[in-house]
Ligand binder design. Structure first.
Ligand code: URA
Length: 250
């Protein structure tokens, strides 16, 4: 498809995506003659517009076209970090219609049973930069572990844990809390890479087991404590500002 085809859409859909209300509310707004497309009053919800090229004004306010959108999600367990799947619910199911329309995808993956911070965007260059091993983007995870993690584990993490198929880069293991009675640990792990099941495998290499895994940060982004599991919000201008370190168009 050409760019212009891809950005053609119904006027009512465009207005819904811009937060003007539900489809039926938008229909009322149109009926009242409050919507101008390129200076001309449009009353039909079915009017086709090009969301990139056409100027849409509602009650005197110009709506702006958003090329890129950014979603900060507190991913719950039970969802996979993909856009489509035959068997499982995906993180896209948790977002809104705009996200699907704009073809947002997760920046990296969390396991189905991992929860916490997940960034989703349709900005491919940003995703590429944030996932590039060369950029060494740090991620902090909090893990509940069966077994008591100790100083020798801390040192192994710092040296670089050897797994069957590769050696991990040096990583930070911070012991937050030990329960000697239950023989469990709460730890925070800081990694600058992101191999398949990496945290679980690093902990397993120390003879212990991750029973709960949460991502707290990714580069300059932090999990927002105001977001319950399954909730999301768009990135703030402040957070977008922090992503300028990746030197891509935002
Ligand atoms: N490491 C894991 O083992 N799982 C994740 O989901 C993320 C990091």
């Amino acid at each position: 498809v050409t760019i212009s085809q891809r950005n053609n859409m119904r006027l009512d859909k465009f207005l819904v995506e811009n937060g003007l209300g539900s489809r039926s509310q938008v229909k009322e707004v149109l009926k009242k003659g409050l919507v101008l497309v390129n200076g001309r009053e449009e009353k039909s919800p079915k009017t086709q517009i090009n969301e990139m090229a056409d100027e849409v004004v509602v009650s005197g306010q110009k709506l702006t076209y958003e090329k890129f959108v950014y979603y900060l999600l507190n991913k719950p367990k039970g969802y996979i970090s993909a856009t489509e799947d035959e068997r499982h619910k995906t993180v896209l199911n948790l977002l809104d219609e705009t996200a699907r329309q704009k073809e947002v995808f997760p920046v990296g993956r969390l396991d189905i049973d991992t929860h916490g911070l997940l960034l989703l965007t349709n900005n491919g260059k940003l995703a590429h930069a944030m996932l590039s091993p060369k950029k060494h983007v740090e991620k902090i995870y909090r893990a509940q572990v069966v077994g008591l993690m100790n100083q020798s584990d801390v040192e192994r993490f710092a040296r670089g844990i050897e797994l069957k198929d590769f050696t991990c880069q040096p990583a930070q293991l911070k012991i937050v809390e030990l329960d000697e009675e239950k023989e469990t640990s709460l730890v925070e792990i800081t990694l600058a890479e992101g191999k398949f099941h990496q945290v679980k495998r690093m902990v397993a290499a120390c003879g212990k087991e991750v029973t709960d895994l949460q991502r707290l940060t990714m580069g300059p982004l932090q999990l927002d404590p105001a977001l319950a599991l399954g909730e999301w919000r768009r990135l703030t201008t402040d957070e977008l500002e922090r992503l300028t370190i990746f030197k891509v168009e935002l």
